[in-house]
Each structure stands twice: as C-alpha cells, then as structure tokens.
Write a new protein. Structure first.
Length: 400
C-alpha cells in the first residue's frame, strides 16, 4: 500500500540526498541524444587487437567528453530492455525475467514523462519489430511520444546483417526522423550490429578478427569496430545538420557481450586469468557524456552504474525533484560511500568489490576479510528489495 512507498521515500531521502554542483543546469533546454551500444564492454576502450585500435572514434570522442571508466551495467535476464529500464527509471530490473514483459501495466515516472512537463518531445529509434521485448507496450508507460521501429525503416538483404539493419544505415535513416523532430527532444537510439553471434560481412570489417579458441570472442572485435564507425558517421551527420551544438550526447553499453563461457579466451586476450574478481570487473560498460563546450571533459574514476543515468541527465538539464523515486545519483557529486549494486547481488565501491560471498580490495585485487564489505551489504540488499517492492506492488501508483 502507499505506506510502503513512504517508507522507501524516507530511505531515499536519507541515502540519496542530491547536491547541486556547478554542472546543475548546464544543458538546460538542450536536446538529449541517448545511444545504447549493443553488448559493448569497457575492455575494448583504448585497447588494440592485432595492433589495431578497436574503438578509434570513441577513443577520440571521450577526450572531448566526460568518460566514466568504472561504470557497470546492472542488467539481468531482460538484457537490452533491462538496461533501458534502468536508464529511464533509475530502478533496478527484476532478478528473473524481463520487467518489460512482466510489469508493462505499471505506473512509472520515467525520464520522458518528467521531461514532457518541461516541454520535451521524446522518441525511441530502433530497427527491430516493435513488439520485441514488449517495447510497444512499455514505452507509452514511460511517456515516449513515438517509437520508430522496424516498419519505419527500409530494410533489405543488402543493408542487413545478423539481427537486421546494420548500424550505419540505421543512423542514416534515423537522421530523417531526427531532423524533423520537435525540439527540444529526448531521443534514444538502440544499436544492433554488435549482437551475438557478431556476424559481419567482409566489406564491413575494418579490423581482422582475433585468434583464440572462442569464435565468439574472435568475431566480437570487428563488430565492435563497426559500431564505432557507425557512431563516427552519426556524429558527423549531427554536425552537418546543426544538431550537435544544441544537444547533449549520452552513450552507454547495455550489457556484456562476452559471457563467462569464454573465460579461457578472454583470459588470453586480457593477459590474465579471468577470476570471479575480474569477471565482475568485466561487467563494466562504456559511459560517455558529451556536452557542447570545450570545458566539459575528463575521465571520472568513481564507481557508478546505469541506475545513475536518469538523475545525471536531469541534473544537467537543471531539473530537480527531491521526491523523485530513484536509486541512482547525479554522477557529478557522488556520495563518498556510493555502492553500485549489480542485479546478481554483487556490489562494487571505490575500494571494495563483493561477489559470490567474497570481498576483494579493488586496488590490490586480493581477497580480504568479509568485514570490509560488511558495511555495504545491508544497503545493497535493501536497494534491490525496495526496488522489487516498487515493481511488484506497482507502488508508483501512490506517487504524486
Ligand atoms: C533487440 C535488441 C537486442 O531489439 O535490443 O536485444 P538483447 O538480446 O541484447 O536483449
Ligand atoms: Mn542488448
């Protein structure tokens, strides 16, 4: 009932007090372009394979942006849809199944709904069937005005590979919709080419595959490289069409692409054995915020996660709502004791990493006494429980 929501809100006010730092409102009124990078993990950033850069465009782009190099995905079985849920709501996805399927009838206060009150138009652009992940049912609940899906794109065998339309023609065709969109807009682009099983025609392979026993890992590098090229292409178009300077660009990796089944080959690539500690660290995904203006850049090393994206965007747009029900933080003034909780119950702080009932020191990478992780255990558990309660009880019905 509504008293449960009050209890959760009280907890949040204690734990989630937001500071208005100097970045509050720096992007007020600007368009927001959010890009979901399919299956892209942080281990490819600023790295090479066969002597060649894997993400040459992003490596350059992050120098002109804020780049978070300790940023974790927090998804479960709902994969891309879980990432979308986290990003738009600052709530955790569920421990089983996809909340997009199980709770699409709930009341939510997602970013598009909040931004509508501030005059924003919102849309999702993704060249897959609209009912995949039940998106056509969930997006209206988040407040999206329009979903450009498969039927809005010209998809042919020539411009497709693997799961469908390749990322470069996807961004190309999306530009037509973007240029006619009412401004300011909140537009989310969901890429697809770097999806398992990472198929790609030779003509699109800018770099050669890796060599290991895992064909999956081998193929992963050329598809990541292709999506990097697609982003370069998209940013160029944004500049040509005059949208670049009045938009902030948010890029995030949705979830891992290389599962634990490929640990031996991953270890070969990383040059170290994939332990439970490293396997957890491998759940880092790229997170980039580009704000027009030369002074908004730098690498931020605080541990954070997808749950923090909504409060961070609202902060940059100068929208503050103290009572907003959210588990994340504005990433520009994180509390010192911030805990990033993964959906499987593992959690990470700047100093410690907890996974599979073991506590590790982040700096020495060594297992340490559990008492070091103990102070955060309760909070990690509580966050997931409270978030689940909100979803299972449809508690945002009582929010006003
Ligand atoms: C499908 C795309 C991929 O539309 O979002 O979904 P995934 O399998 O990564 O969840
Ligand atoms: Mn995905």
């Amino acid at each position: 009932d509504s008293s449960e929501l009050v209890e959760i809100q009280n907890y949040m006010q204690g734990n989630h007090e937001e500071k208005k730092d100097s970045l509050f409102g720096v992007a007020k009124g600007k368009n927001v372009i959010v890009i979901s990078m399919e299956s892209t993990q942080s281990f490819v950033i600023n790295q090479k394979v066969n002597g060649q850069e894997i993400t040459p465009f992003l490596n350059q782009f992050i120098k002109e942006s804020y780049y978070f190099n300790q940023f974790y995905h927090q998804t479960g079985q709902g994969k891309t849809s879980d990432a979308e849920f986290l990003v738009d709501n600052s709530l955790y996805p569920l421990g089983r199944g996809s909340v997009f399927f199980t709770h699409a009838g709930n009341k939510y206060y997602a970013t598009p709904t909040i931004l509508k009150r501030h005059g924003y138009y919102s849309a999702v652009l993704h060249a897959n069937n609209k009912s995949f992940w039940n998106r056509d049912m969930m997006y209206p609940q988040f407040g999206y005005d329009r979903f450009f899906s498969l039927s809005d794109y010209d998809v042919t065998p020539e411009n497709s590979v693997g799961w469908g339309l390749k990322d470069i023609p996807f961004f190309d065709q999306s530009m037509e919709y973007l240029t006619y969109m009412p401004q300011p807009f909140y537009a989310k682009f969901i890429t697809l080419t770097n999806h398992f099983p990472f198929q790609l025609g030779l003509e699109d392979q800018y770099i050669a595959p890796y060599t290991s026993d895992s064909k999956t890992l081998n193929r992963y590098f050329p598809t990541v490289r292709y999506t990097d090229e697609a982003l370069k292409h998209f940013i160029t178009k944004l500049k040509q069409d005059g949208l670049y300077d009045n938009s902030i660009i948010i890029i995030y990796g949705d979830h891992y692409g290389i599962s634990d089944n490929h640990q031996v080959s991953m270890g070969q690539y990383m040059g170290e054995k994939v332990t439970p500690f490293l396997s957890t660290q491998l759940q880092r995904v790229p997170f980039i915020i580009h704000i027009p203006g030369d002074r908004y850049k730098g690498t931020i090393t605080n541990v954070a996660g997808q749950i923090d994206i909504k409060p961070t965007i609202l902060h940059l747009l100068g929208i503050s709502d103290e009572r907003d029900v959210r588990f994340g933080h504005n990433l520009f003034s994180l509390p010192a004791n911030n805990v990033t909780v993964l959906r499987n119950g593992s959690f990470i702080t700047n100093d410690y990493l907890y996974t599979d009932t073991k506590c590790y020191n982040q700096h020495t990478k060594k297992e340490v006494d559990k008492s070091f992780c103990k102070p955060y255990m309760n909070q990690a558990k509580k966050e997931l429980e409270y978030s689940d309660k909100i979803i299972y009880g449809d508690l945002l019905r009582f929010y006003n």
